[in-house]
Design a protein around this ligand. Structure first.
Ligand code: PNS
Length: 179
């Protein structure tokens, strides 16, 4: 079986999906026939966007990429990959700082299932500093994030920071009561 015919899982939190993630997806599509974008459902984390919202944003962002499927998973990644019929996990490596965590995760996953390989892909240099966490921070502080995320995510972030701003401005004001 050639790699081009195979499936790869691209797992992550995608809270939210960024242009760096899309860059990795496009690179993976050059090698694999199908890319399964798998969003981790983790009740212990407190994400900005709910799982349903992240699925919707990822689907919108990947619209037009016919060989990408957006799903969710919980539990062990290798179990999910196996059940989805994928033998490859794709992860993006932006910088050396990513390496240690990714290396540990890849080796642990190999220990858990030696049939599944992790493949690392480097995004364009212009995305090497980009992360979902920074995008959220910049947006929450009123910065422009249009260059870093798909348009649908930018709109969603803008709506969120606008309503948070409104909430912050009205917090502490005495409530109007009907007479
Ligand atoms: O986008 P993220 O948060 O860096 O993605 C991390 C993710 C989802 C790939 C990782 O947390 C994961 O695979 N979790 C599933 C649990 C698991 O399989 N753990 C064992 C390997 S470390």
């Amino acid at each position: 079986m050639t790699a081009k015919r195979s499936k790869a899982v691209f797992p992550g939190s995608f809270d939210p999906i960024t242009n760096g993630h899309l860059d990795i997806i496009d690179r993976a599509l050059k090698v694999f026939e199908e890319v399964i974008l798998a969003i981790l459902v983790n009740p212990e984390k407190r994400p900005l966007f709910s799982v349903d919202e992240r699925v919707r944003l990822c689907r919108e962002a990947c619209r037009g990429r016919r060989r990408v499927r957006v799903t969710t998973f919980s539990g062990l990644l290798v179990d999910y990959a196996e059940s989805a019929g994928a033998r490859v996990i794709v992860r993006g490596l932006r910088a050396i700082s990513d390496f240690e965590y990714e290396f540990q995760m890849a080796l642990m996953n190999r220990r858990l299932n030696s049939e599944i390989e992790t493949v690392f892909m480097m995004p364009a240099e212009s995305y090497s500093y980009l992360s979902s966490r920074m995008v959220k921070e910049v947006s929450a502080l009123g910065g422009q994030v249009g260059r870093f995320v798909p348009a649908v995510v930018e709109r969603r972030l803008r709506l969120r920071s606008r309503s948070n701003g409104r909430r912050a401005r009205t917090a502490g004001r005495p409530r109007k009561t009907k007479k």
